[in-house]
Each structure stands twice: as structure tokens, then as C-alpha cells.
Design a protein around this ligand. Structure first.
Ligand code: NAD
Length: 445
């Protein structure tokens, strides 16, 4: 079938028709050549650069994101992922030779990366551009057709994605379906070849159950409470600056944001003072006036967050305004392990400090809870680093710098246990969106 015989996948709203269109395109084989993949990535690059301002305006409308932060964490982030992929794709797609045991020789064995078919990407609202388009980069680079479902809770960004993507990308190979629970439920009835979901674990379970009906593999990029351990003997001013920067970016609505601090030994009192200073240095006396400081996504999340404010003593922040969904960067001290703020992922600009006597207690605290998406530690001890690497389980482990590991495309990004399953970014995206096919070639005679 030629491209002109396949109806544009986005032309019909009916999910079955959209998926059938994408499947028909995949069946033509035209998404498989490297040239097609690179052309799609080049088109996506053009889209992001030519319409960066529109995306930044949408992100401002949805989440009050400032232009500098929004460019860095959404548009720029996606461009970096894309450029890294373009630079390495040919090399990643090369068949990987495998050793042949002597008994089978002469023969050749290799692994080739086969595209899967039709990929569904379901994105959340907190980085609504990055988390829709970075998986798209991987899925296209791996030679698939893709259906993108942006988050309805970031409506301006969702609308911009739906309007612009079909103008730049092969409209028979990439479709956008907007909508909320009803539309996503209808999509999940269709058969996909991979579902890539980013969001909370409750919906992750719904996605996985729906995928099971078709035996569709899933990647679940979920969240959870990512702890930060602070040991005595580190530079607490520098530690506080880095924690504050990672925590209060996007007003704390970041899946890998430090969720809470475990202050080890006698660090709590000095750390809380340094954190208050770090917030003032980053956002000034009145963070509501800082154009880079984001707002809470909606009233429901705002109410959920403000109900957590009396979980401890307010060291800094606590100020809030429902009309503008502003919640100041807030640090809470003397927080009990069973306080409400410690019961679920905070996903907002509230940073509780829990004091623990020593490293053993900190490790036990982490291991008694769900496996986090990231575990951070500020320590001067190599022995502590080794112990955390071997005695705890988390999606990622970072010393001295929260959040930034996710911007390193050679590192796999994903969770473990309650924080998710599967991984992506860079070459890991190619593996996620491909089947690793074993090929054996033995001559006759
Ligand atoms: P959300 O409300 O935008 O939901 C995510 C997606 O699921 C949306 O597209 C939405 O339409 C869809 N959805 C919602 N309910 C559904 C249902 N009943 N059936 C089918 N689809 C449904 O986002 P969220 O879940 O509030 O996102 C926040 C969570 O996501 C946090 O836990 C955060 O840590 C996590 N997160 C993880 C990552 C990561 O990369 N690991 C990144 C960002 C956010």
C-alpha cells in the first residue's frame, strides 16, 4: 500500500479507526528505513524550534512556568534527547554480533532491533511537552507508528501538540488523540504493540490491566517519595542550594523531585536554616513575584497540598493563595515519620525534614517504604555511597545533585517496584520500543 492509500490517522476521532490507520501505515514498511526515522526526527526538531514560543506560552498558561525553566526542562530537554538520538541512531541500530558456541560453528549469530508496530504514549500534566515528546522521539527512532495522548490537565499544551504535530510529522504514522479518562479508556480497549505510560500508580494499574487483555508490553513511568539523605560533615550551604533547586523547580511538581529530607545525626537544625537561606537566594523575599516560580496545576492539587502544611513546623514558606494557585516554597521541620505529609508523594513545593540518628536508621527508613524513583544523598563518605548502592533499591541513585540524572541521555530513566517498570532515554528508548530479535545463520554443508 502506498502512502496515498492510507487515510491520515488523525482524520478520524474513533480510536479503532485511528489505530487501524497507524497499523496500516506500519504494515507498508515505510517507518522502518533509517532515512524515514531521521526525517521524522528532523521534522520534530523543526517543529520544536519554530514553535518554541507557542509551547512556552502554553506551559505558562497551564502551569505558570517561567520561560527560562520551561525552555530548559521541556523544549530544550526534548531537543537534547532528539539530537543525541540522531547522532547515535545508526550505530544503535547496527546488528549486534553474538558469540556462537563451538558446537554450532561455523555459524553467525546477531541481535537485531525490530520495530514493534503501533505505540501508545500516555503523558501526564507536570512536564506535558517533554513527557509526551521524549517517548515519541524513542518510538519513532525505533521505527514505530505512534499515538500520543497528552494530559487533559495541561489543556493548552495538549492543544498545541494536537495542532502542530500532524503539520510536521508523517500524519499517517503519528496521531494525537486528546482527552481525559473516557477517551483514554476507549483508547486502551484497542490493541497496541507497546504502551508507554507516565503518571501515577493507580492509573498505571489500569493501564497494565488493559494491556494484559492484548498481551501488550508496558512501560510504566511512575512516581513516589524520593528521599534525600544528608550526612554530617558535608557543606550544608551547598547541599541546601542543590536540594532547593531540585525541589522547587516547577513548584515541586517533578517526578524525581526530592520528596523529603532525612537529616542524619545533628544536621537538621543547621540544614533547615540553610534551606531557608537557599530559598530566599533563589526566589527572593516574595517568590510569588518571581516570574520563574510555577503555580500548582489545579484547585484539587492545591487543596491537597495546603492540607499538608501543618505536618510540621514551618521554617520558610507556607504562604498560599488559592485564586492564583500560588504555594510558596515551603520547608517543614520536626516532621514525624507518620505525619500526613509523609504518607504519599507530595508532588508540590513542600519539603519535610525528618531527623534520624544515623545512617543505619536512614537506610531502614528508606527500605521500609516503597522503592523510590530516585534516592539522593549528600555525603563525604565513599563507604556511605557503597552502602546505599548495595543496601537500597531505587530507580536511580544520585550523590550530590538531585534531579539532573534524568537529563543524561546515556543513563536509563525509570523506576522499580512502585516507582515503575521499564526505562527509556537514549539507547534505552530504542530497546524499549523494539523487539530484540535473535538471528542465527548457519550455512548448509
Ligand atoms: P495525569 O492526571 O495527567 O494522568 C496521566 C495520564 O493518565 C493522563 O494522560 C490522563 O489522561 C491519564 N488517565 C488519568 N486517569 C485515567 C484512567 N482512569 N484511565 C486511563 N487513563 C487515565 O497525571 P498524574 O498521574 O497526576 O501525574 C502525576 C504522577 O506522575 C506523579 O506520581 C508523578 O511522580 C508521576 N510522574 C512520573 C514521571 C516519570 O517519568 N517517572 C514523570 C512525571 C510524573
Amino acid at each position: 500500500m502506498t502512502s496515498t492509500e492510507t487515510p491520515p490517522a488523525t482524520a478520524a476521532a474513533d480510536p479503532a479507526t485511528v489505530v487501524a490507520g497507524l497499523r496500516a501505515t506500519f504494515a507498508t514498511g515505510r517507518t522502518k528505513p533509517l532515512a524515514w526515522r531521521l526525517a521524522q526526527l528532523a521534522a520534530l526538531r523543526a517543529l520544536l524550534t519554530e514553535h518554541a514560543d507557542e509551547f512556552l506560552a502554553a506551559l505558562r498558561a497551564d502551569l505558570g512556568k517561567g520561560p527560562t525553566e520551561a525552555y530548559r526542562t521541556e523544549v530544550g530537554f526534548t531537543l537534547n534527547e532528539l539530537d543525541h538520538t540522531v547522532a547515535h541512531l545508526e550505530e544503535w541500530l547496527r546488528p549486534k554480533p553474538a558469540a556462537v558456541p563451538e558446537v554450532f560453528r561455523p555459524a553467525e549469530a546477531r541481535v537485531i532491533r525490530d520495530p514493534l508496530g503501533v505505540v501508545l504514549v500516555i503523558a501526564p500534566w507536570n512536564y506535558p511537552l517533554q513527557l509526551a515528546l521524549a517517548p515519541l522521539v524513542g518510538a519513532l527512532a525505533a521505527g514505530n507508528t505512534v499515538l500520543v495522548k497528552p494530559s487533559e490537565l495541561a489543556p493548552a499544551t495538549s492543544a498545541a501538540i494536537a495542532r502542530l504535530l500532524p503539520r510536521y510529522l508523517d500524519p499517517q504514522a503519528v496521531a494525537v488523540v486528546e482527552g481525559a479518562v473516557e477517551e483514554t479508556t476507549a483508547l486502551l480497549e484497542q490493541r497496541f504493540d507497546h504502551i508507554f505510560y507516565t503518571g501515577n500508580g493507580a492509573v498505571g494499574r489500569i493501564v497494565m490491566a488493559a494491556a494484559a487483555r492484548h498481551l501488550t508490553p508496558v512501560t510504566l513511568e511512575l512516581g513516589g517519595k524520593s528521599p534525600v539523605l544528608v550526612e554530617p560533615g558535608v557543606d550544608l550551604a551547598a547541599t541546601a542550594r542543590r536540594i532547593a533547586r531540585g525541589k522547587f523547580m516547577n513548584a515541586g511538581q517533578t517526578c524525581v523531585a526530592p520528596d523529603y529530607v532525612l537529616a542524619i545525626g545533628d544536621t537538621a537544625a543547621d540544614l533547615e536554616a540553610e534551606l531557608a537561606g537557599a530559598v530566599r537566594a533563589a526566589y527572593g523575599e516574595d517568590p510569588s513575584a518571581d516570574p520563574e516560580y510555577a503555580r500548582i496545576v489545579n484547585g484539587r492539587h492545591f487543596d491537597r497540598l495546603t492540607a499538608l502544611l501543618d505536618s510540621g513546623r514551618v521554617v520558610t514558606g507556607g504562604v498560599h493563595d488559592r485564586a492564583t494557585r500560588y504555594l510558596a516554597p515551603t520547608v517543614l521541620a520536626e516532621v514525624a515519620p507518620d505525619a500526613p505529609v509523609m504518607s504519599a508523594e507530595i508532588f508540590g513545593p513542600i519539603l519535610p525534614i525528618v531527623a534520624v540518628p544515623d545512617l543505619d536508621a536512614a537506610i531502614a527508613f528508606v527500605n521500609e517504604r516503597d522503592k523510590p524513583l530516585a534516592l539522593y544523598a549528600f555525603t563525604a563518605s565513599e563507604r556511605t555511597k557503597e552502602r546505599l548502592a548495595t543496601e537500597t533499591s531505587s530507580g536511580a541513585l544520585a550523590f550530590g545533585l538531585p534531579v539532573s540524572h534524568l537529563a543524561m541521555p546515556d543513563l536509563p530513566f525509570g523506576g522499580v517496584g512502585e516507582s515503575g517498570m521499564g526505562r527509556y532515554h537514549g539507547e534505552y528508548s530504542i530497546d524499549t520500543f523494539s523487539h530484540l530479535k535473535a538471528v542465527l545463520d548457519k550455512p548448509l554443508g
